[in-house]
Write a protein that binds this ligand. Structure first.
Ligand SMILES: Cc1cc2nc3c(=O)[nH]c(=O)nc-3n(C[C@H](O)[C@H](O)[C@H](O)COP(=O)(O)O)c2cc1C
Length: 314
């Protein structure tokens, strides 16, 4: 005879999460710039199974990106200096959004700009477009008005960008933090005060590589961003610190390739996780991570993923 408790143990665990108003059926999403606008991965996975899709970084005007070479492999990841190559927000709205609307998955648009006005303009335009579940604000790009300094490197400027986006949009706003700072918690606190609905981290770590034959930097842009397994312990540490500093939901990323990696982030405080560089190695990485999380919950008798968020803090 099957008792009620037996039924409970065989029922599927609840994987749903809410990231600052973005309702996701499971915590697995994509990291911006590593998943295009979606169709690139449709031959390999069912996009409908994802918790959300975070698309390639979008700017007001189309951008050609940085000079080549733009990618260098490292022992445990990649260095990239793509430089936000993208077709611009109007092209995104006309061509990519209608395709993405065909899936039952929240679409989060990653936005970048050189000035506060750029961010404000993108927020306003995307809010009117329809079919956008949230904005992810990339503050790791240089502010040309301040001599190329990153918005994300200065807590006060990070807050200004957050405010500019919030004032121009009703959509949930996820602010994506740069790890190239002394205190990630200080930036998170300012961004939270400015009204962010959620935080995502980490973006890439500034790095470079030199060719010993030519005796010159390899990347066309000299420096680039390091991602992949090499950055994972740094990312887990930063999720841990931000979880302690602010009360906002966190999308954690940086070197996640397996369910075990993703669970580390969730236990450290992430509500959701994004898969980036791993997609280049294994285009099914998102689904492998999702299935692995489900298996872990079932095997360990965890009925709801939310029980694990921040559980490592005791
Ligand atoms: C080729 C490439 C392009 C990226 N483009 C963007 C981007 O446009 N906007 C952004 O916020 N992050 C961008 N990122 C950073 C990723 O979204 C992610 O934060 C970072 O790679 C760490 O995760 P991972 O180690 O799983 O790749 C890019 C990363 C890579 C490797």
């Amino acid at each position: 005879m099957i008792s009620d408790s037996d039924n409970a143990s065989i029922s599927k665990p609840d994987l749903s999460v809410n990231v600052g108003g973005i309702r996701m059926k499971n915590p697995v999403t994509t990291a911006s710039g590593t998943f295009g606008f979606g169709p690139e991965y449709a031959p390999y996975i069912d996009l409908n199974r994802l918790g959300a899709i975070v698309v390639k970084g979008t700017t007001l005007e189309p951008r050609a990106g940085n000079p080549t070479p733009r990618l260098v492999e490292t022992p445990a990841g990649v260095l990239n200096s793509i430089g936000l190559q993208n077709p611009g927000v109007e092209h995104f709205i006309d061509e990519a959004l209608p395709y993405l609307a065909g899936f039952d998955v929240p679409v989060i648009v990653n936005i970048s700009g050189d000035t506060l006005e750029d961010y404000a303009g993108l927020a306003a335009r995307l809010s009117r477009a329809g079919g956008v579940a949230g904005l992810e604000v990339n503050i790791s790009c240089p502010n040309v008005k301040k001599g190329g300094m990153q918005f994300g490197g200065d807590p006060a400027m990070a807050a200004e960008v957050t405010r500019a986006v919030k004032e121009n949009s009703e959509l949930p706003v996820v602010v994506k933090l740069s790890p190239n700072v002394t205190s990630i918690a200080a930036v998170a606190e300012k961004v939270a005060e400015a009204g962010a609905d959620a935080i995502s981290l980490i973006n890439t770590l500034l790095g470079m590589s030199v060719d010993i034959k030519t005796r010159r930097p390899i990347l066309g842009n000299t420096m680039g961003g390091l991602s992949g397994p090499a950055v994972r312990p740094v990312a887990v540490r930063m999720v841990w610190q931000v979880y302690q500093a602010v009360k906002l939901p966190i999308i954690g990323m940086g070197g996640i390739a397996t369910a075990a990696d993703a669970l580390e982030f969730i236990l450290a405080g992430a509500t959701a996780v994004a898969i980036g560089t791993a997609n280049f190695v294994n285009p099914r990485a998102t689904i492998d991570v999702l299935e692995g999380i489900e298996k872990y919950l079932s095997e360990n008798g965890v009925g709801d993923i939310k029980e694990l968020i921040g559980a490592a803090h005791g």
